[in-house]
Design a protein around this ligand. Structure first.
Ligand SMILES: *[C@@H]1O[C@H](CO)[C@@H](O)[C@H](O)[C@H]1NC(C)=O
Ligand SMILES: *[C@@H]1O[C@H](CO)[C@@H](O)[C@H](O)[C@H]1NC(C)=O
Ligand SMILES: *[C@@H]1O[C@H](CO)[C@@H](O)[C@H](O)[C@H]1NC(C)=O
Length: 604
């Protein structure tokens, strides 16, 4: 009875071809089985995939499955045969020690980027570079644990030259002392430059002291070009979240050194595209000699600073070049500041402060020559690689609350509470298994002396699929001395505003691309539901894990929670990357599994 069907399909077999026919059937069966396997390992229950995988079109999802089957097949074939003899991925050479993908200026120039755009992030240029594992520099040493490591880092762990350090003019950089194999950032006891400066800024905005920043609504600060983070370190001690952002630097990187000190930092280009933060995110944007020419580009950079500032937030500018002209009105930025309705507050010596308006409607409509508000569509963008806009953002947002009045206006979606509760219970439940390992109050790193509790060895944490920032909130609740970079994947539910509104650090990111940070900068990477989400997005899990390996410090931890199929796949790649990996079943009988890995300290 099958013949007619086969005939219809144009496949007529003579007796001689019976063998081929069996082969064909075998092939069809195996393709079917492969599709089944892929289907069963593709997302079905996690939060993100349920809300994000749109399946109205059978053809589209069939194409996805087919492409995914091909991806997986390629991944699998590179794994060689059998679990027992998986090929280990080879180590990179010395030239990759400091490797940050997407920032190859010479390659960007060759391709034709110019006018400063060659310094921007261009990931398409680094695509297709061969796999290898980035290794620590020869004399890399485990960073000192927090808070000692905030003030003293190992010289060999970061790429910086003595000349670079000595010739740097920035106020905070001058506070460093370079010793034989350590760089120390003398804190307030010895030099009070940073403390004085912070106090000055507080006074300029009308506060009695910098201890009052919080009461004035300042909780989260973006420090552009942060020197080596000393201002941020001081603000953190006042419980202000301060994120350092600077462009990629080949040596003497402000971001690398801040992270080495355990201070929040990320590579970011304030140049031709919008920053990967939503509108109305920060209470203060700070630039001390940060090298940005604010009065150029028709004020577009100031408009972008305005976009990410919350209403009533502060723009603080400090620099010797600013004070050459006397008086605020002579400041070239003031013209633009008026066009976006900033109020000039104060000038003292080389420091200038403006405040973002709390009433855009009145200002933008009544003053001649102001920049128009953005249209609503423009507002809805998740600003990833968006060109700079010449319109004022956020004016129609539901989140338009002056920072000074924050306590009376808090958005708390129901899911937010749910996410927090579940992260907290996750932390209490399954992490209790890991706590003796990861959050030991008696950390024993080789060669360490015994630090006193509660100085654990985890400081820089990344939640790669942060949702509402529940993990961060749970850490705070448990009073762990960590900070969390809350990453919200693009095209996932845009929860970043809620993360920022809690005063947490966050960023939008496409996990099909490398993360904008230096190698060996995080102690722990956590991701719940990210693998299944990325499989639905057709990103390579192998690339993702290699990237995680790059940014993870030696002996750092990975905690992945996902569906069994994804976890199994990640486990086999983890073995190739030489991580020590262990799968943990949840006791409550759910489909989810947890993969806990530790990156080894490989010297060569
Ligand atoms: C940067 O690009 C150039 C030219 O394409 C290439 O020769 C070089 O190896 C690249 N550098 C890195 C660190 O990948
Ligand atoms: C803050 O709220 C109070 C009333 O709750 C109001 O009087 C005040 O003007 C508000 N401040 C700002 C800056 O909007
Ligand atoms: C099991 O526990 C995990 C983590 O605590 C939770 O996410 C999951 O929803 C639970 N599953 C069931 C079936 O209760």
């Amino acid at each position: 009875m099958r013949r007619p069907l086969i005939k219809k399909l144009g496949l007529v077999f003579g007796p001689r071809c019976r063998l081929q026919r069996i082969w064909l059937i075998l092939c069809l069966v195996s393709v079917f089985v492969l599709v089944l396997i892929v289907l069963s390992s593709s997302p079905s229950s996690s939060f993100d995939s349920v809300t994000l995988t749109v399946k109205p079109d059978i053809h589209a999802s069939y194409r996805r499955i087919k492409e995914q089957a091909l991806n997986d097949y390629l991944d699998l074939s590179s794994l060689s045969l059998g679990d027992s003899n998986l090929k280990e991925i080879k180590l990179c050479g010395k030239e990759r020690e400091n490797y940050v993908p997407c920032y190859n200026v010479s390659a960007n120039l060759v391709i034709g980027f110019k006018n400063g755009e060659e310094f921007d992030r261009h990931c398409e240029v680094s695509k297709g570079e061969p796999y290898c594992l980035v290794r620590p520099p020869k004399d890399y040493k485990t960073p000192l644990s927090w808070p000692v490591g905030r003030d003293v880092i190992w010289n060999e762990n970061v790429k910086i030259t003595k000349d670079q350090f000595l010739s740097s003019g920035s106020m905070t950089k001058r506070l460093m002392l370079m010793e034989e194999n350590q760089i120390s950032f003398q804190s307030d006891d010895m030099f009070d430059g940073v403390k004085d400066y912070s106090h000055q800024v507080a006074e300029m905005i009308g506060l009695g002291s910098d201890a009052e920043f919080h009461q004035a609504g300042v909780r989260i600060v973006l420090d552009i070009g942060c020197g080596f983070g000393s201002f941020g370190a001081h603000l953190l001690s006042l419980k202000l979240m301060t994120v350092c952002m600077a462009a990629y630097e080949l040596t003497g990187s402000q971001v690398q050194i801040s992270l080495e000190r355990g201070l929040p930092a990320i590579i970011g280009n304030f140049n031709s595209r919008q920053l990967p933060f939503p509108s109305l995110s920060y209470d203060m944007v700070h630039c001390a000699e940060c090298g940005i020419l604010w009065d150029k580009k028709d004020g577009l950079l100031l408009i972008e600073a305005d976009r990410i500032l919350k209403p009533g937030g502060y723009f603080v500018l400090h620099g010797s070049s600013l004070s050459t002209k006397k008086g605020s009105m002579a400041n070239p930025i003031e013209d633009f500041a008026q066009k976006i309705c900033w109020n000039f507050i104060s000038q003292q010596e080389e420091t200038f402060i403006w405040q973002k308006t709390v009433d855009p409607q009145r200002c933008l409509s009544s003053v001649q020559g102001t920049i128009p508000p953005c249209t609503e569509e423009r507002e809805d963008f998740q600003s990833y690689y968006q060109p700079l806009a010449s319109c004022v953002g956020g004016t129609t947002s539901k989140r338009w609350f002056p920072i000074q009045n924050r306590s009376t206006n808090r958005i708390q979606p129901d899911e937010f509470t749910e996410d927090f509760e579940s992260s907290l219970s996750a932390l209490r439940n399954y992490w209790s298994l890991l706590t003796p390992l990861i959050f030991s109050d008696h950390p024993k790193r080789p060669g360490d002396e015994d630090p006193l509790p509660p100085y654990n060895m985890i400081r820089n944490v990344m939640d790669m699929n942060a949702q509402y920032g529940g993990l961060n909130a749970a850490f705070l609740e448990e009073e762990k001395a960590v900070w969390v970079m809350n990453v919200v994947p693009i095209r996932a539910r845009n929860t970043l505003p809620v993360i920022f509104d809690q005063g947490f650090a966050g960023v939008l990111h496409d996990w099909c691309e490398p993360f904008p940070t230096y190698p060996l900068t995080y102690d722990m990477l956590h991701a719940n539901g990210l693998l299944s989400y990325l499989i639905s997005e057709q990103c390579s899990i192998t690339n993702l894990l290699l990237e995680m390996d790059r940014i993870l410090r030696p002996e750092g931890w990975v905690v992945l929670s996902d569906e069994a199929g994804c976890i199994e796949k990640a486990r086999s790649i983890a073995t190739q990357i030489r991580w020590e990996a262990r799968v943990i079943d949840l006791e409550n009988g759910s489909e989810q599994k947890i993969l806990v890995c530790q990156k080894p300290f490989v010297r060569k």
